[in-house]
Design a protein around this ligand. Structure first.
Ligand code: AHN
Ligand code: ZN
Length: 338
């Protein structure tokens, strides 16, 4: 494993424009008619939902992956070990210490895996791997300082990327693919939604200030971010910033989902606008779409377990992992070189 140990220089306070964190419902546009079953012959890759589910369970078994904890260190090593075992062409880490909004010093690691390193045209897939230190969406005040297990919020995106990594190592795509597992997405200030955007996504912000492994002239052509992609009955609407500023991957993902018969899961209307790692990536020059459950049928916002003590395996659904994993994997395998 090559490894970058990048000295800590503190996080740059990105002047991110204010984007509300709560999604707002703009009304459900109905999905396309009755969903067809995915036509097996048209499927590329072999995304195994049981494996993905197991990768969520493996992460959750460490406990909450809050930066600075033993569980966090163990999960960092788990992700690296998996990527190396699958046969990624390179696995590097970007290790640093960043300062959270409350002054906490966070030891962070962004983990980056590359596939098909000799290909000039590359695409980027990303997810955050940390879990939130406070369950501040709990009703009861005395539960709000407990850490979140993050099965969906953290675990699911990582799990889908790992199962994609297994596929990429087994069958090469025509383009290069890089996976970035960002740290410290979820250590942000929940108060005053919209005014604290720069307190979130600290790992991604650190990366944007210290970009590896690219030069400015060989960035991936686009990115796809996965966040909360394992919830039961999840619906993925367009995220507004993605739809505006990362139209190419947005259209590719939602069209491919529809083609595979997942049009009832990937809804082609805007569900809200959120601060997430894709904002940082897009600003860094990689237009990135966010596959995120931001217009839940019950909450009209994030899933009901979001930032609660119920973000656990009970609420993870293999069929959601499969819909997302197959869709992203098919987008990747269809991509043509320059
Ligand atoms: C905020 O809550 C600021 N943004 C949503 C991004 C997020 C948090 N994803 C998971 N946890
Ligand atoms: Zn979160």
């Amino acid at each position: 494993m090559e490894k970058w140990n990048v000295p800590a220089v503190g996080i740059m306070m990105m002047a991110m424009s204010v984007i509300g964190c709560n999604s707002s419902s703009r009304g459900e546009s109905s999905a396309e008619a009755a969903s067809a079953q995915p036509a097996t012959s048209a499927l590329l890759g072999n995304f195994n939902a049981d494996s993905a589910y197991q990768y969520v369970a493996d992460q959750v078994a460490f406990g909450p992956r809050v930066p600075g904890t033993d569980a966090h260190r163990a999960c960092r090593n788990y992700i690296i070990d998996k990527l190396e075992a699958f046969g990624a062409d390179s696995v590097i880490t970007q290790d640093a210490t960043v300062t959270a909004y409350n002054g906490d010093q966070l030891p962070i690691s962004n983990i980056i895996a590359g596939f098909n390193l000799n290909k000039a045209k590359r695409i980027l897939l990303a997810a955050h791997w940390d879990s939130r230190p406070w369950a501040d969406m709990e009703e009861s005040m005395d539960l709000r300082n407990q850490p979140v297990l993050g099965a969906n919020d953290g675990g699911s995106g990582v799990a889908v990327l790992l199962e994609i990594a297994r596929n990429l190592a087994e069958k090469q795509p025509s383009v290069g693919v890089d996976l970035i597992f960002f740290d410290a997405e979820d250590y942000g200030n929940h108060d005053g939604f919209g005014t604290n955007a720069d307190t979130w996504c600290l790992g991604a912000q650190y990366w944007a200030d210290n970009i590896v492994p690219y030069r400015t002239d060989n960035l991936p052509v686009y990115g796809i971010l996965l966040d909360m992609v394992g919830g039961r009955n999840a619906r993925f609407h367009y995220e507004a910033f993605s739809q505006q500023n990362a139209e190419t991957p947005t259209i590719k993902v939602w069209s491919e989902a529809e083609r595979l018969g997942y049009g009832d899961t990937f809804i082609r209307s805007i569900g809200g606008a959120i601060t997430d790692d894709h904002i940082v990536l897009t600003r860094a020059g990689i237009p990135t779409t966010d596959i995120v459950e931001l217009n839940n049928v019950e909450t009209s916002s994030f899933p009901p377990t979001w930032h609660t003590l119920h973000d656990d395996m009970e609420h993870i659904d293999r069929s959601t992992l499969k819909a997302v994993g197959e869709t992203v994997l098919n987008v990747v395998y269809k991509e043509k070189p320059f």
